[in-house]
Design a protein around this ligand. Structure first.
Ligand code: ADP
Ligand code: GN1
Ligand code: MG
Length: 367
């Protein structure tokens, strides 16, 4: 049985300048936000990624695509200068037959197509510190490549995305409405969150008073947003560019640690399995600073552990808020998945607090 979304996907792909005939379209990847499909063509050797952009998350999908078109064109030139492979080292947006970078369908849905980056893998958790180190180099280089990209050209695709105090506000709104009567069930989690409220505003304050500089940031530096070469295990391409916006370097470092230096998966229920892995933290810090150190200020470097902690807390708050709101933002595959994700993030914050001195020492010793 072909679902109505799949039917729309078959209709959408035909609107793009693809080579050949689509043979099969199937759901692909582990993203929480967009609907991603792999398009396999009848003709051998060419595949595409087709995505329906989540309109609930992105109020202006056209602005998202505009950012991506600008940034990928810029990176493409840099890759060309360095003699790299422009079909693999940067995302390639395929235009529609009308020459647009997206297709707006009859149901008012936005679709886009990328060339599938062949001979690559993604990881949900790093198998080894070496993999995580490579992802750090990929994100570090990505930031370095975009260091001179004009911030003012970027649309703010999700206002307040890493504004942690604003995330507290959203949580309070959710609690006030409590549409699913779930607030009672999460009292312990709320206590943890509100105990941390003061610390959570540090990055915003430092951004506002200029202590931390605004840079072009990716803002969603999960390990599975890097494609790795399937032979060398080196990072080939940074993907999921929907949240490229002006931001802080510590957001990108912190979010990567939150996801990849967790000893468990993001929704692991057994919290005894969830800890901060210091070997992973070290590997990422080394890879990241090797590529980014020269561009960063001393303050940015000393704030890296704080970035990790606040990004983890913030993500936990977002999962918890979504649970209270009835799971309307992050895709869930089972009941209470968002609650499990939130609890897991809060456990990781506690683990970081226990290992705080070690985290700071690793950063200090890496410079
Ligand atoms: P989401 O925003 O939902 O996370 P992503 O853009 O990260 O969506 O895509 C989901 C998954 O699809 C990725 O983790 C990756 O496995 C795969 N993917 C996305 N784009 C490409 C591409 N151009 N080539 C190969 N795989 C891709
Ligand atoms: C979402 O799209 P994906 O799955 O890479 C989310 C991130 C969260 C992450 C938690 C646009 O990322 O901010 O950190 O889930 N993306 C958006 O896993 O909200
Ligand atoms: Mg993704």
């Amino acid at each position: 049985m072909v679902s109505s979304t799949e039917k729309s996907a078959y209709l959408a792909i035909k609107k793009f300048q693809i080579i050949g005939q689509p043979k099969e379209i199937c759901r692909y990847g582990n993203g929480h936000i967009n609907d991603t499909y792999l398009v396999i063509m009848k003709e051998k050797g060419i595949r595409y990624i087709l995505q329906r952009i989540n309109k609930h998350v992105f109020a202006h999908p056209d602005e998202v695509i505009e950012n991506i078109a600008g940034v990928t064109a810029y990176i493409r030139k840099e890759v060309e200068k360095l003699g790299g492979d422009v079909n693999r080292e940067v995302l390639n947006l395929i235009p529609t037959v009308d020459g647009s970078n997206f297709y707006f369908d009859e149901d008012e849905q936005y679709w886009r197509v990328y060339l599938f980056v062949e001979r690559t893998n993604t990881f949900q958790l790093p198998d080894t510190p070496a993999i995580f180190y490579e992802s750090a180099r990929a994100f570090g280089n990505f930031g370095a490549l975009l260091a001179d990209y004009p911030c003012e050209k970027l649309n703010v695709t999700i206002p307040g995305f890493h504004d942690t105090p604003w995330r507290y506000k959203q949580l309070r709104h959710a609690l006030k409405d409590d549409v699913r009567a779930r607030a009672k069930e999460v009292e312990r989690e709320l206590e943890f969150v509100f105990e941390h409220e003061k610390e959570a505003s540090i990055l915003r304050e430092m951004k506002e008073n200029g202590e931390l500089p605004i840079r072009v940031t990716h803002n969603d530096t999960k390990l599975n947003n890097v494609l790795f070469d399937d032979k060398t295990d080196k990072g080939v391409c940074v993907i999921d560019l929907d949240t490229i916006m002006p931001g802080l370097s510590v957001y990108d470092f912190g979010d990567a640690i939150r996801f990849g230096a967790n000893t468990s998966e993001e929704d692991e229920e057994d919290l005894d399995k969830c800890e901060l892995s210091l070997p992973m933290f070290r590997a990422y810090t080394e890879g990241y600073l090797e590529c980014a150190k020269d561009a960063l200020t001393e303050k940015e470097i000393t704030m890296l552990p704080e970035g990790a902690k606040i990004m983890t807390l913030e993500c936990g708050i977002r999962f918890l808020t979504d649970y209270i709101n009835g799971d309307i933002y992050f895709r869930v595959h089972y009941e209470k998945q968002n609650l499990r994700r939130a609890r897991n993030q809060f456990k990781l914050v506690s683990s970081m607090e226990e290992k705080w001195q070690d985290m700071c020492a690793i950063v200090e010793n890496t410079i």
